[in-house]
Design a protein around this ligand. Structure first.
Ligand code: ASP
Length: 585
């Protein structure tokens, strides 16, 4: 801890901060009984407070204190005072910062009792997550949760300090607002004063931060809570926290360089060995072609290679059909692997999960020829050309997917990650950080229209005559295959903003009804501006090596949006419904 606590009736020191330099002096500590051991004659209690653990020793000669110690159980709350003494050398615990000393208790006060907790706090034994969430206040007592929340605090503080030192202002934006489009469903809040009118919770402060730039605040940030009512996706929370940033009179380099300074400090504080900036900027098309993903995990190879030209013109109908209809044949050299026939066939299921249809495989023989069901259709010349494109050596397993380019990319991207995991190719403790840039501005919707790939306030480049060829001035920050955040340079004229709304199928009337305030603001001198937002939950999860963002949030919800601790969401009573003018059907 940074400072000793104010001395009061409960404590004058943090338990976990005491050490041998204090031997011979008196101390009073307070906390929870972490563990209690009765050594017939002596009773040992590990006392836990936020700073850590300290061993208390109770001697029978201190009859009153000893009698209390006989009654205490795990998670009882105590205040104890006595002399700090060095442990005998054979009793020193090198794993504990306070392991050289113990407190010989002369006086103890039992402050609160505890029922037997539903799971042990003193061990990191795996406990079912529903039980942990149901009893979150106990779960939060565990070391791993404490470490995560302390890391989270350090991350957020570093962000604040770095940005404050660069003249950013922390400005709050409303939680009760109207729909802001990040492409998810809104959480809605009924309005008692005007039944039938609703607030929406912000999916992000996007439009407010843009307005702040137009109002001349130049550099804004906020640790902002965002709300998106998305269908259950494994590691998402309906409510999550972003570092939200916006800057006036900037281009891409300004935003990217500020974020590189912020995030390299965050990585340092978290002790993550991340290479110093500048970080590589990978064009979207290249990311998709080489890794089959717009958030590639580049900690391992297995890059995707286009072998369309090498294999064109063969007798293999599947490849030819795809190639003649504008598709591609792409492949991964999985390296020298022992994979059984059934294992190879099992990979079909992997690519199907990622939108593909099937995988074709080949084993490279000693003489460079292929042992594969498709080899004879391809012919020696083509297999040799594809083998050289894939840098194939004897023993290698080659895996092919033929499909429309984006489908083949996605399928092989999924396959690549699966192989990386299966073969243990992802090195422990090594990190990869880079930007992805030059995104398409628009992508197709299922209905055949267009939607903005980032959001519709992102500045486009190119001509509106060919929306599919337009690019955006967006950028995403990728760490270890996770998108930690993204942003863009924004549109700053009403004309371009209207054009973008038009491409995504929004009528003038709808644009005015939903975004009239933005279109108006753009008419009164909107400076060039841009920004970014980073998902803090994910940043902390990556840095803390946690599998789930729930493990870095004090009070998270389950994947289905339930809070087992409070029981939210919960029904409301009839009077509340009446007041709001609502009826539940
Ligand atoms: N508002 C965007 C988001 O939440 C980020 C940005 O463009 O600044 O994804």
């Amino acid at each position: 801890m940074k400072a000793a606590p104010r001395s009061n009736g409960y404590r004058d020191a943090w338990a976990g901060d005491l050490d041998a330099s204090r031997a011979g002096s008196a101390a009073r500590v307070a906390g929870w009984v972490h563990r209690r051991r009765d050594h017939g004659g002596l009773i040992f209690v590990d006392l836990r407070d936020r700073s850590g653990l300290l061993q208390l020793v109770f001697h029978p000669e201190q009859a009153e204190a000893f009698a209390t110690a006989e009654r205490v159980r795990p998670e009882h709350v105590l205040s104890a005072a006595g002399e700090i003494v060095r442990r005998d050398p054979e009793n020193v615990n090198p794993n504990l910062p306070t392991g050289e000393i113990e407190l010989q208790v002369a006086d103890v006060t039992a402050l609160a009792e505890s029922e037997t907790p539903p799971f042990p706090i003193d061990e990191d034994t795996p406990v079912d997550e529903m039980i942990r969430l149901r009893h979150r206040m106990l779960d939060l007592r565990r070391q791993s949760m404490r470490d995560a929340l302390i890391l989270r605090d350090a991350v957020i503080r570093t962000m604040r300090e770095t940005l404050a030192a660069e003249d950013f202002l922390d400005i709050e934006t409303p939680i009760l607002t109207r729909s802001t489009p990040e492409g998810a469903r809104d959480f809605l809040v009924p309005n008692r004063r005007e039944p039938g009118s609703w607030y929406a919770l912000p999916q992000s402060p996007q439009l407010f931060k843009q307005l702040l730039m137009m109002s001349g605040y130049e550099r804004y940030y906020q640790i902002a809570r965002c709300f998106r009512d998305e269908d259950t996706r494994a590691d998402r929370q309906a409510e999550f926290t972003q570092l939200d940033v916006e800057m006036g009179f900037v281009d891409e380099d300004d935003v990217i360089e500020v974020m590189e300074r912020v995030m390299s400090r965050v990585f340092d504080v978290a002790g993550a060995g991340i290479p110093a900036p500048p970080w590589e900027r990978l064009p979207f098309d290249e990311a998709m072609a080489r890794y089959g993903s717009d958030r590639p995990d580049r900690r391992f190879g297995l890059e995707i290679v286009d072998v369309s030209d090498a294999l064109r013109g063969s007798d293999f109908k599947v490849f030819e059909g795809v190639l003649s209809s504008g598709g591609a044949v792409r492949a991964i050299n999985a390296g020298a692997r022992e994979m059984s026939r059934s294992e190879l066939d099992g990979l079909n299921e992997v690519v199907q999960r990622h939108g593909g249809k099937a995988v074709a495989w080949a084993n490279v023989e000693e003489d460079g020829s292929w042992r594969s069901p498709i080899a004879k259709f391809l012919g020696e010349e083509r297999t040799a050309a594809a083998g050289s494109a894939l840098r194939a050596s004897p023993g290698d397993v080659l895996l092919f997917v033929a499909d429309q380019p984006d489908v083949a990319a996605g399928a092989l991207g999924g396959l690549r990650l699966e192989l990386g995991r299966r073969f243990g190719l992802i090195p422990d403790g090594e990190h990869d950080v880079h930007w992805v840039v030059d995104f398409p501005m628009f992508e197709r919707t299922d209905e055949g229209g267009w939607t903005a790939m980032h959001h519709p306030f992102t500045a486009p480049t190119g001509s509106f005559d060919d929306p599919g060829a337009m690019r955006s001035r967006g950028y995403d920050l990728i760490v270890d295959g996770s998108e930690l955040g993204g942003g863009s340079i924004r549109i700053n004229t009403p004309e371009v903003q209207r054009e973008v709304f038009k491409v995504i199928g929004m009528s003038e009337e709808e644009a005015d009804a939903r975004f009239g305030f933005l279109l108006e603001a753009l008419r009164y001198g909107a400076p060039p501006h841009g920004g970014i937002a980073l998902g803090i939950d994910r940043v902390v999860a990556v840095l803390g090596a946690r599998d789930s963002i729930r493990d870095v949030i004090a009070f998270p919800k389950t994947a289905t949006g339930q809070d087992p601790l409070t029981g939210a969401p919960a029904p409301i009573d009839d009077r509340q419904l009446r007041e709001l003018g609502l009826r539940v059907r």
